[in-house]
Design a protein around this ligand. Sequence first.
Ligand code: NAP
Length: 304
Amino acid sequence: MEYDVIVVGGGPAGMTAALYAARAAKRVLLAEGAGFGGQISHSPRVENYPGVEPQSGSALAAAMADQLAAQEVEFGFAAATGARAVPGGFEVLAEGEAWRGKSLVLAPGMEHRRLGLAGEDGIAGISYCAVCDGAFYKGREVAVVGGGDTALQDALLLADLCGHVTLIHRRGELRGAAALAKRLRSRPNVEFLLNTAVTAFESEAGRLTGLAVKNTADAGTGSLAVDGVFLAVGQTPGTAPFAGFVALDEQGFVLAGEDCRTSRPGVFAAGDCRTKQVRQLATAVGDGAVAGLAASEWAAGAQH
Ligand code: NAP
């Protein structure tokens, strides 16, 4: 076998699993097709990670990646497309790659949920990442769709950059943290459009010009002129490549408990992709430690 432990996914859970396995003197490959950091790389400010000064998620992710490089973790820069059992271990398939390892940690995290409206892929001005794209809308009119922590954080970031921000949420109450909502309410250029659903994207020459909206309480309709919209309506687990390889629940989360063991011996699941109650940076890192150590033990033959 080429590797002792293969970790799929370079978010906080995967990076922590790789760190623990490397420190257990295992030869480790971390496979990641996008940048390191997963969801935290979209966070403008991480302020709930114990003992760490508030900082951008991308800065925190970069520090974690540097720590892995120092531990001689090897990186595979390709997105995993599947996995299968082979004699003595597992093979992870990726674009143009096939890596073999004795044990496997799945930490693919989550993917952006989409509204599923016409033009969502093609119209310019629709974004899922305020940290990445917010600067394009300096001084302009934008909307954020969603009522969770991501939407509130995005709206706060955009309020500093944009002329005006409308937060559109389908219910009357926000789901996100009260502290974030309080900060947002104090911003003079932020407006809340509650009980409101976006029903269509309006565009001219392929560029967003506005949103068609509908009141979810009285079914009244209207239109909101915006230059950009940031969709923050949650995520779905990025586990599709592993359906049939390990057992998933009906929402696509990998069935695994706090010990991170999946339905397939030698394969562990860590972070937001796993069935669990609390999906936070701190819990992802906790999973990573558990899964990294368990995968290392498996690779050493302790549980064969
Ligand atoms: P989330 O908590 O699942 O919130 C998604 C929001 O989108 C909800 O308000 C939901 O409405 C709305 N929504 C879902 N589908 C929709 C649709 N089809 N049309 C319109 N609205 C829709 O997702 P998230 O905000 O990305 O957060 C994910 C996790 O990361 C959470 O556990 C969150 O606490 C965590 N997080 C934490 C921080 C932090 O600073 N601590 C920052 C970011 C994320 P309903 O409310 O009606 O369901």
